[in-house]
Design a protein around this ligand. Structure first.
Ligand code: AMP
Length: 117
């Protein structure tokens, strides 16, 4: 079994978060260190450490991440101007919390996707 992260505790409401949405498959809450006016994390309730561990059994939950991202973007008033969805994986992707999550970022012009190198 993969090791639980703080996100499992947030999902179970054992530690506080600014939760925006929860259903049987996914949970969405505001990032504690917001990088944009809207910065929400949308996570499958099931612990999947990284995108390397996704399987066909996860299709519904992973699809739900996009459904909920679009719903929250509308609620936050950022849908028309646009936003960015990011899923980081492992070291080169800059992943810090090993419970797969989608970042929803918006509310300002985000600039280039990657810094030029
Ligand atoms: P990543 O680098 O893709 O793994 O992103 C992890 C994100 O989780 C970072 O943006 C953190 O600010 C965020 N984060 C870590 N702990 C918490 C927490 N307790 N509540 C909300 N967001 C958190």
């Amino acid at each position: 079994m993969p090791e639980e992260t703080i996100f499992s505790k947030i999902i179970r409401k054992e530690i506080p978060s600014e939760m925006l949405y929860q259903d049987d498959l996914v949970t969405a809450f505001r990032d504690i260190n917001a990088q944009a006016p809207t910065h929400v994390l949308i996570v499958p309730n099931k612990l999947i450490p990284t995108t390397n561990e996704v399987s066909a059994a996860d299709e519904q939950a992973l699809g739900r991440l996009f459904i909920v991202a679009a719903k929250i973007a509308k609620e936050e008033g950022i849908a028309a101007d646009g936003y960015r969805l990011i899923v980081n994986c492992n070291d080169h992707g800059g992943q810090e919390v090993f419970h797969l999550h989608m970042h929803l970022l918006g509310g300002r012009k985000l600039g280039r996707m990657l810094p030029q190198s």
